[in-house]
Design a protein around this ligand. Structure first.
Ligand code: 5GP
Ligand code: ZN
Length: 117
C-alpha cells in the first residue's frame, strides 16, 4: 500500500467510498463526481500507477479488473444498452489519480468519444 495514494486509502478503508463490487483482487466504487448517470471506478487492490504498468507487472490482475468491469456493467444494468470503459493514462490522458482505475460509464447515450469531435 502507498499511504500517499488516495485509492490505496480507499482500499484500506481510511477514506469512505460507495463500494458496489469487491473481489479478492479488485474493488469497484462510485466516482465522487459522476460524469454520467452511472459512473463506477474499478481498481486492482494492489497499487499500480497506470494501465501500462499494470499490464506489464501483473497481467492476471489486469484481467481481473476487466472481469470486474463486466460484472459491474451487468449489476448496474448497463450490459444491454452498452457502456464506455476509460483508462485515462498519463498527462495527455488527463490522469489525476495515479492508481490505475477503469471508469465504467453508462446509463444514457454518452455522445462522441472525445469532447469536440
Ligand atoms: P482520472 O482523472 O485520474 O482518470 O480520474 C480520477 C477520478 O477519481 C475522477 O473521476 C474523480 O472524480 C475521482 N475521485 C477523486 N477523488 C475521489 C474520492 O475521494 N472518491 C471517489 N469515489 N472518487 C474520487
Ligand atoms: Zn494506490
Amino acid at each position: 500500500m502507498d499511504n500517499t495514494c488516495l485509492f490505496c486509502r480507499i482500499v484500506a478503508g481510511e477514506i469512505p467510498a460507495t463500494v458496489v463490487h469487491r473481489t479478492e483482487t479488485t474493488l469497484a466504487f462510485r466516482d465522487i463526481d459522476p460524469k454520467a448517470p452511472t459512473h463506477v471506478l474499478v481498481i486492482p487492490v494492489e497499487h499500480y500507477a497506470d494501465v501500462a504498468v499494470l499490464a506489464e507487472a501483473n497481467p492476471a490482475a489486469a484481467a481481473d479488473v476487466l472481469a470486474t468491469v463486466a460484472a459491474v456493467a451487468e449489476a448496474e444494468g448497463l450490459a444491454g444498452d452498452g457502456f464506455r470503459v476509460i483508462f485515462n493514462t498519463g498527462e495527455h490522458g488527463g490522469q489525476e489519480v495515479f492508481h490505475v482505475h477503469a471508469h465504467v460509464l453508462g446509463g444514457a447515450p454518452l455522445g462522441p468519444m472525445l469532447a469536440g469531435r
